[in-house]
Design a protein around this ligand. Structure first.
Ligand SMILES: Cc1cc2nc3c(=O)[nH]c(=O)nc-3n(C[C@H](O)[C@H](O)[C@H](O)COP(=O)(O)OP(=O)(O)OC[C@H]3O[C@@H](n4cnc5c(N)ncnc54)[C@H](O)[C@@H]3O)c2cc1C
Length: 391
């Protein structure tokens, strides 16, 4: 059986970026994706300047920014509209030389697929197992197909099969919250372009971001709602919109009207999980990348951004070191502390956002109104201002 070079399991954002970066590094790559087709996912994504820097290194920053909209200021409100904080991101973006971009996930995927070209991604290929052999690794799929690779990258997400084979004892950890995400085209601007708005209510957080223009020049908006809830909750058939409204009814405009304008089919519900830092990411010619290695709660919107960083670092090290196994261990040694740090900060950011107790909320709101924005910016700088390509 001939080797397919680097075999990547999972064609999500992490797997596709890794494939592009590895091909640019001169390596042969094959991606195996379980889904039968790439479908519009009905959700948006925020990309911080650290991810945009990685796209710049891939030669894709302009195209990625072009399918979305950038924002320069985050404004946090109380549920009734009172402004709690304003954070200008202009200085940070200037320092990083990259914008902050909101965009539809499906269009990002299309940009990545176009950059990769045909015949790299095999759809409908669900990995079930792998075996390390003398000369690399043999991977098995649900339909009985087998392929050989010089190394194997498990970019297969939160419930990674590759990780389960390496670390069977690891289970995703429930983050205590469920999320709803919606995408809607609207005729008016809703919130000023260049702004990202958030609203904190009792035990709930709602966010709105521009993600570019829809048909006929309409404004395309992405919103999300996060609420503490027991794991595994489901909405009644056709009941996503009503479930969201039950949490935000009576909140200031444009929250309720944006939810009402969103077609039911454009709303998705997802429980939020993360992983405790893993004791190791790989062995021999096998490693992990993206959510399979370090899924994190969404409070800093860094999960995909970290997967893109992983991809660039992995490709750089595999290009520089012809000893593949050593390059994988160096990659893990670089990425494990960085992603554990961002994951921990994400958990901490979430700790004060979903308070129900009125006294605790009053204290939090007071802190937010009085805290100098330089403090928040310094923390953000440690997350997004990091030069991931420098050892
Ligand atoms: C509500 C919510 C909001 C978020 N918002 C943001 C944000 O604004 N910014 C941000 O940076 N991050 C955000 N994230 C995190 C981000 O979505 C993830 O970190 C990112 O998608 C991880 O990419 P990935 O490629 O590692 O994994 P995934 O996107 O999960 O991709 C894994 C791929 O592997 C495939 N696969 C799985 N198993 C197999 C198998 N056995 N064989 C073959 N293929 C397989 C899957 O079909 C999938 O295509 C958010 C997450 C959630 C839940």
């Amino acid at each position: 059986m001939p080797s397919r070079g680097v075999v990547i399991i999972g064609g999500g954002i992490g797997g596709l970026c890794a494939a592009i970066a590895l091909r640019q590094a001169g390596l042969e790559v094959a991606v195996y994706e379980r889904a039968e087709a790439y479908r519009p996912l009905g959700a948006g994504l925020s990309l911080w300047p650290n991810a945009m820097r990685a796209f710049e290194a891939l030669g894709l920053a302009r195209e990625v920014a072009g399918v979305g909209a950038s924002w320069r200021e985050t404004v946090i409100h109380r549920w009734d509209g009172k402004v709690l904080s304003r954070l200008s991101l202009e200085a940070l973006c200037r320092e990083m030389g990259q914008p902050t971009v909101g965009l539809p996930r499906a269009e990002l995927q299309q940009v990545l697929l176009r950059a990769l070209g045909p015949d790299v991604v095999q759809l409908g290929a669900a990995c079930t197992d792998f075996h390390v052999e003398d000369e690399g690794v043999r991977v098995t799929f649900a339909d009985g197909q087998q392929v050989r690779g010089d190394c194997l990258i498990g970019a297969d997400g939160l419930r990674s099969v590759v990780r389960q084979r390496l670390l069977p004892e690891v289970r995703p950890r429930y983050g205590g919250r469920t999320s709803w995400r919606g995408v809607v085209n609207v005729a008016s601007e809703v919130i000023p372009e260049g702004g990202q708005f958030e609203f904190y209510g009792p035990g709930a957080r709602f966010g709105i971001t521009h993600i570019g223009r829809g048909p006929g020049g309409m404004w395309r908006m992405y919103w999300f709602l996060l609420v503490p809830a027991p794991e595994g909750g489901r909405d009644a058939e056709g009941g996503h919109q009503e479930a969201v409204l039950s949490h935000v009814r009576g909140w200031c405009e444009p929250v309720e009207s944006l939810v009402r304008a969103t077609p039911e089919s454009h709303i998705v519900r997802t429980d939020i999980h993360d992983l405790e830092p893993l004791p190791r990411w790989g062995e021999g010619p096998v490693t992990l990348l993206g959510d399979s290695a370090h899924a994190m709660v969404t409070d800093l919107a860094q999960g995909a951004c970290q997967a893109v960083e992983d991809a660039l670092v992995l490709a750089k090290l595999l290009r520089e070191d012809s000893d593949r196994v050593r390059a994988l261990r160096t990659y893990e040694a670089r990425r494990r502390p960085r992603t554990a740090y961002v994951s921990e900060l994400s958990r901490r950011a979430g700790a004060i956002r979903y308070l129900r107790n009125p006294v605790a909320r009053w204290g939090r709101d007071l802190l937010m109104r009085t805290l100098p924005s330089s403090v928040a910016l310094d923390q953000l700088r440690r997350v997004v201002g990091y030069d991931f390509l420098v050892p």
